[in-house]
Design a protein around this ligand. Structure first.
Ligand SMILES: Nc1ncnc2c1ncn2[C@@H]1O[C@H](COP(=O)(O)OP(=O)(O)OP(=O)(O)O)[C@@H](O)[C@H]1O
Ligand SMILES: [Mg+2]
Length: 285
């Protein structure tokens, strides 16, 4: 396990006799980002390799989303380097980064609510102008991962549940054929919606469904997303960078973790090293 300090260590090139180290899909070094005059990121270092799921964790407001937005290019950065497959992408726009292979599912429900499920998926295919057999194969793959989408193709995105919208957003990102898939709190929209639905159900006192059914459904959606992340990793050998507050979710899907506090990574390691003690000291409020 690595406990980061403010001292930045730079990677040294391997000696000629050592085996070559694979170039990370994404490598972030000494990243600094300001928002509205405040320093939000104060030297973030992290990297993700192909075939790896990496969890970026930390309490609310420590800079997780800002880190992801800096990598995708929607947030300008102040200093540091971001390389994608060995090339600096700092000068590339968010669009160029998406076309280069960075798929991003932002925090919240990022789908077009007034478009149908099918139209939302088409948006993903457009990024690489995927057509014909390639598009059909790509769609078949996402329907395997998320069967509910195939059943709901003509429905408007906005009528899907939080978990279904999240599945749609992940599917759309996958259809851009990314090398790096970035997910910001994929289960976030699911849990509060159960609470809302239970609240509504109790208020109306005419329980169309028992609250336990609603909970079961939400748990199934979380499970579906968890399984999908595992499958995506195995089948596509993608690099996946995931922000997720649910420790159990991370323990099940991630290979490694980084925990941030106030704009820097304070601890990182293999997922086995994400012990209860680390959770208590670095993640719990
Ligand atoms: N548009 C903005 N304007 C002002 N401050 C912002 C803005 N976006 C983020 N911040 C601030 O930057 C800090 C980091 O925010 P960020 O969204 O990266 O945190 P986070 O770790 O993703 O938190 P959460 O777990 O709540 O999603 C917070 O203190 C937040 O208030
Ligand atoms: Mg966030």
């Amino acid at each position: 396990m690595e406990r980061s300090t403010d001292v930045i260590t730079t990677a040294t090139n391997p000696a000629p006799s050592e085996p070559a180290i694979a170039v990370p899909v994404v490598a972030v070094s000494r990243l600094e980002t300001d928002i509205g005059g405040s320093r939000i990121l104060r030297g973030v270092n992290l990297e993700v390799h192909a075939g790896e799921v990496v969890a970026l964790m930390g309490r609310n407001g420590v800079g997780k989303t800002t880190t992801l937005r800096s990598i995708t290019g929607v947030q300008p950065v102040r200093a540091g380097t971001i390389s994608f497959c060995g090339q600096s992408i700092l000068r590339m726009s968010a669009d160029q980064r998406a076309r280069a292979g960075i798929g991003y599912v932002p925090q919240g429900r990022d789908i077009f609510p007034h478009l149908t499920v099918e139209e939302n998926l088409q948006v993903g295919l457009v990024v690489h102008a995927r057509k014909g057999a390639d598009a059909r194969a790509a769609l078949a793959r996402v329907y395997d991962l998320f069967p509910i989408l195939k059943d709901f193709l003509p429905r408007k995105g906005g009528v899907l549940s939080g978990g279904q919208q999240q599945q749609l957003a992940i599917a759309r990102a996958l259809l851009t054929n990314p090398k790096l898939l970035i997910l910001d709190e994929p289960t976030e929209g699911i849990q509060p919606s159960i609470i809302d639905q239970i609240g509504d159900t109790l208020k109306k006192l005419k329980t169309p469904r028992a609250p336990s059914d609603v909970i079961d459904e939400a748990q199934q959606e979380v499970e579906r997303i968890k399984q999908a992340v595992k499958h995506i990793k195995e089948e596509h050998s993608l690099a996946i960078l995931l922000v997720e507050q649910y420790v159990d979710f991370c323990r099940e899907v991630a290979d490694r973790f980084y925990a941030m506090d106030r704009g820097v990574v304070t601890i990182s390691g293999s997922i086995a090293e994400l012990t209860d003690e680390v959770v208590r000291d670095h993640l719990q409020v």
